[in-house]
Design a protein around this ligand. Sequence first.
Ligand code: OSB
Ligand code: MG
Length: 371
Amino acid sequence: MSFRIDEIVLRRIRMPLVHFFETSFGRTYERAMVLVEVKCGGLSGWGEVTCGENPFYNEEWTDSAWLILKDFVAPRVLNHEFASADEVGGRSAHIRGHNMARGGLEAACWDLEARLNDTSLWKQIGGGARKEIPCGVSIGIQDTVPQLLKKIETEVNDGYQRIKVKIKPGWDVDVIREIRAQFPGIKLMADANSAYTLADIDRLKRLDEFYLMMIEQPLAHDEIIDHVQLQAALQTPICLDECIRSAHQAEQAIRMKACGIINIKLGRVGGFAEAKRVHDVAMAHNVPVWCGGMLEAGIGRAHNIALATLPNFVLPGDVSASKRYWKQDIIRPAVETTANGTIITRDNPGFGYDIDLDFLHSITERWETLR
Ligand code: OSB
Ligand code: MG
């Protein structure tokens, strides 16, 4: 259904994590996020900008996203007639980078369009290949190996279908060996967030011994070609995360054999339209995909659930229960998993959950209405 955005509300919220999250690029204790509300007539669509608080995962951070949206994206989309949400990304495609800021607004428009059609977001994007999403967890670097083993045990007992651990030089081969000794049968993978170079090729080859499902983004965030060389030397499939910001890059990486698996993050590729194109390219080449996470609050989490109903999301993703991240989430009910490590999709309009507006107000530090 066509629509015109007459108002955009940006909100900056702050939420402490129940446990710090550490990757090769740093430790996060608290998230600061921008929420995007797009209004049309009496209805609102909601999106969440998924970037970090600092430009270490990619070039974006919370406050850059605010400025990009306010100064460069909002003026291009306000009062513009859209035939469908599919067209929204194109209005800001001339912006270099900043996909997560652009994607937060784009995703809000898909939610709005679903609500205008009185349908669920997963139907609106053409998903629905499964009613239950297979879930994995991403476990950060811990202070000690016993602490990590304890966390893995908790998540395995909760039913999660695969365990991902973060690695970096000095927290890799020996740690994975200890995990495998205690959990020989679990589906296990490692995510390096670009912490290695080709000079580490021998060290990375030692990981082959532990039959990991995949190793995620071992080399530089913008380096597809080096991954080709590494993949040729490894038995373990490489999964690209940071490197894949568009369907074009996905096609190149697959054609060059830089990876065997792709992690799709809604924000990293600039929204649902491009995420679907990445999904389609991978599927056409028999490359499985899974849904990545960025420590999302409820709105981003619900969007990821919708995305993961597309047919080629055949591997467990980093989409897990709200309570692993938050004492209280901004949506009701909170996202929960089944004993089998799945999330059951909801049929309610839009992203399918209610926003706890009172709680949202209490954690909003700044808001601005754009017309
Ligand atoms: O590389 O997948 C990543 C979190 C922040 C930044 C990058 C990544 C991650 C995660 C966490 O792995 C996934 C999640 O639980 O949301
Ligand atoms: Mg990753």
